[in-house]
Design a protein around this ligand. Structure first.
Ligand code: FMN
Length: 189
């Protein structure tokens, strides 16, 4: 079984990458295959609402998105991670969500898959919960089954890191990230 991680950061090797990497390590230790997709590495255009996806699983844009959608469709669980940008998810992640319309329109291809959200912000109450709610909304509209963090028992992984590569120093936040990954594994099993 496979857990796919989506890193919505505009910075490839930032706190989001580190945070998601730690979560995926938990999944590997539990015996699952993992892969991290970094949106910063990809060509990702806006949905043009051309409706090509209305009748078949396709997209008229020739960028990297269909490859990501195929990875989503073959995953058993999807961990979506974002830095907080102005109180919400990044523009890159929002753009990917819009582009997942072919998955919804062609038999709800993510229906029943597990999903969990992770957010890291520079401030302690900088919008992590709102970012997670935006990710959860996307998951619900794709008919996914949402998992939160067990033990700490809230909305998913919520971390604070103001400077680059410092997220691991937020012990309380990282616990919620690792618990979320453990909970995904528990539910997959
Ligand atoms: C454009 C922009 C907007 C941001 N807005 C917020 C915000 O609203 N709240 C917050 O806590 N942090 C905010 N931050 C800080 C980042 O969320 C934080 O530095 C995070 O660790 C960056 O993750 P990354 O290293 O993966 O890029 C913002 C950063 C940028 C670049």
């Amino acid at each position: 079984m496979k857990v796919l991680g989506i890193n919505g950061s505009h910075r490839r090797d930032g706190n989001t990458h580190l945070m998601l990497g730690k979560a995926l390590e938990v999944c590997e230790r539990n015996g699952f295959d993992t892969e991290q997709v970094n949106l910063a590495d990809l060509e990702l255009g806006y949905c043009t609402v051309c409706d090509a996806c209305k009748s078949e699983f396709t997209c008229s844009l020739e960028d990297d998105v269909m490859g990501v959608l195929e990875k989503m469709a073959s995953a058993d669980a999807i961990l979506v991670a974002t830095p907080v940008y102005f109180g919400g998810v990044t523009g890159r992640l929002r753009t990917l969500f819009d582009r997942t319309l072919p998955l919804r329109r062609n038999g709800l291809m993510l229906s029943g898959k597990l999903g969990a959200a992770l957010a890291v912000g520079g401030s302690r109450n900088g919008g992590q919960e709102m970012s997670i709610q935006q990710i959860h909304a996307w998951m619900l509209i794709q008919e996914m089954a949402i998992v939160g963090d067990m033990k700490t028992a809230h909305f998913g992984g919520i971390a604070t890191a103001h400077k680059p590569a410092t997220v691991e120093a937020d012990e309380t936040g990282m616990n919620t990230v690792l618990n979320t990954a453990e909970n995904i594994c528990r539910r997959l099993k």
